[in-house]
Design a protein around this ligand. Structure first.
Ligand code: SF4
Length: 536
């Protein structure tokens, strides 16, 4: 009989992938199943990290799990008591000695912004991430040895309902928030056989409480700061103030990744351009020092970032060009960053995210977005932006302002992905009834943004394909499929736009939409798992 590890940390299979070397492809995990064969998706788009088949250990792991692993070791657990296990090899890691199985989750119910948007607008089956979480939590090995099942991570808020948590998923404890100061005592109680609370609100974490990782992370993700403090209504990091880690601590995490064979890292934060800031203005010197130090670390060839903010870029307009110079960027060797564009309406911005434009005024927001995109493109940076649609109080006029801004931005290199508002941050369920209240303008905006974004997919794939972990033949095949898919989708968007204007039914994914003679979106009929409903 397998003794197993005392504490087993894991995540669903979609979080145990490096997406062939481009973490932005990770968004595909929120897409509904059924449009591509599963074997194709999991082989080409979401291939697994490598695994030690003897004990089930995942070689690369999500940075959040690595932090928990490091904290447990700091709290006195021994190296041979804690493992990060691959979800498909749990039977190698879990055994009679296992007392806790801890799972990090991103979107367990498929109600996060990206998954909701895909499922509401495209229809289809459950998203890959939701499907794989469900598969993981129902694995028989979790029942066999009766370990306590503890779930945390960015999607844990979705599991607060007692029935969902206990009856549907059989989870003992859900941990909400940053868990570093919570897991030690909680897991010690679990190991001692003490009863665990159903819900745990994590003890606040100071910057010095964030440990260094002890193993390599997915895509070499290195956390440089946590929190944001700009205060957008729909955002969880909004609620925590910005905490920047010390450069020497960051470099330790970089070196751990380099020691495990990496030559590229991604600096992870909510806004890399405000690293080291103590207020709303960027601390340009700190940001430049950070890039310099990471670029000078032996073994590092490439540095990328996860997120930035338009307002920070415009408040320190020489920062991005300086960083680009250090990184020797050019038209083919560019960098992308995720960024919240959210709206083109100063009114809506003022009501729901007044801090997003600071130090500028809400009225200046559209110009801030245009300038930041221009500065970025000139310095060979490429924004991958999100819009939030369906915020409480959003009117047709707000949507048209966003549409105007999207039209202006079409001349730049920028992707714009509209997402539905969901009840996160300070938004409640009742604030987010957009599914029933979609306006025709939402559909128009949605189609225009996808048109702008899709136009850039072929060039983007061509430029980044050198760094993707595919063979020459696979790259050629994927490029051909992508080009066919993009041409087909752009033609489809044109058809939808014509039908939309003529008030004829039109299909997006597996859903059918129609605009009524009164100019309202009058029905949405899904042929997927979403139910049929009447709207407008
Ligand atoms: S700026 Fe971004 S990270 Fe900060 S609170 Fe707003 S949405 Fe959240």
């Amino acid at each position: 009989m397998n003794a197993g590890y005392k504490i087993v940390l894991t995540a669903d299979r979609t979080l145990m992938s490096e997406y062939a070397g481009n973490i932005f492809f990770g968004f595909s995990a929120s897409a509904p199943r059924g449009f591509l064969p599963d074997w194709f998706y999991f082989h080409f788009l979401c291939p697994s990290v490598s695994v030690n088949r003897e004990n089930g250990e995942a070689f690369y792991a999500p940075v959040g799990l690595r932090k928990i692993e490091a904290k447990l070791l700091e709290c006195g657990f021994h190296r041979d008591e804690v493992i990060i296990a691959h979800p498909d090899y749990l039977n190698k890691a879990i055994g009679r000695e296992t007392k806790v199985v801890s799972i990090t989750t991103f979107d367990p119910l498929g109600i996060g912004p990206v998954t909701s948007t895909f499922s509401n607008l495209f229809g289809g089956d459950k998203a890959y991430n939701t499907y794989k979480f469900s598969e993981l939590i129902k694995k028989p090995v979790l029942k066999k040895y009766h370990p306590k099942v503890v779930v945390g991570g960015p999607g844990a808020w979705q599991l607060m309902n007692e029935c969902v948590q206990k009856v549907f998923f059989g989870i003992d404890t859900v941990v909400l928030g940053e868990a570093e100061n919570t897991v030690g005592p909680l897991f010690k109680d679990a190991v001692a056989g003490k009863p665990l609370p159903r819900l745990v609100k994590a003890i606040p974490v100071g910057v010095e409480d964030i440990p260094n990782v002890v193993g390599p992370t997915i895509c070499g993700l290195v956390e440089v700061s946590r929190g944001c403090g700009r205060g957008c209504d729909f955002c969880n990091p909004a609620l925590t103030q910005l905490k920047s880690r010390r450069i020497d601590a960051i470099l330790e995490d970089v070196k751990v990744n380099v020691r495990h064979g990496r030559d590229s890292v991604i600096l992870h934060s909510e806004d890399i351009f405000r690293y080291g800031a103590t207020g709303i203005y960027p601390n340009q010197q700190s940001v430049e020092n950070l890039f310099k130090a990471v670029l000078q670390t032996e073994g590092v060839r490439k540095v990328a970032v996860s997120h930035g903010a338009f307002a920070s870029i415009v408040s320190a307009p020489t920062m991005l060009p300086n960083i680009s110079e250090m990184m020797h960027l050019d038209k083919r060797n560019w960098r992308g960053y995720q960024v919240g564009l959210e709206t083109g309406s100063p009114r809506l911005l003022k009501n729901h995210m007044a801090g997003k434009c600071k130090p500028f005024a809400p009225e200046e927001w559209p110009e801030v977005v245009r300038q930041a995109t221009g500065i970025s493109n000139d310095a060979n940076w490429f924004p991958v932006s999100t819009l939030i649609i369906g915020l409480p109080g959003e009117t047709s006029d707000d949507i048209m302002k966003t549409l105007e801004l999207a039209d202006d931005l079409a001349k730049y290199q920028i992707m714009i992905y509209p997402l539905l508002a969901v009840p996160t941050g300070r938004l409640s369920e009742k604030d987010c009834t957009v599914k029933e209240n979609l306006l025709p303008e939402h559909v128009e905006l949605f189609l225009r943004c996808w048109e702008i974004s899709l136009e850039l997919w072929p060039k983007t794939f061509k430029d980044i394909s050198g760094g993707l972990r595919y063979s020459f033949i696979e790259k050629a095949m994927l490029r051909t499929l992508l080009n066919i898919g993009v041409s087909w989708s752009l033609r489809k968007i044109q058809t939808c736009k014509s039908s939309f204007q003529d008030k004829q039914p039109f299909k997006i994914g597996k859903n059918t939409f129609q605009v009524s003679n009164q100019g309202k979106l009058m029905s949405v009929i899904s042929t997927g798992s979403s139910s049929r409903y009447e709207g407008g």
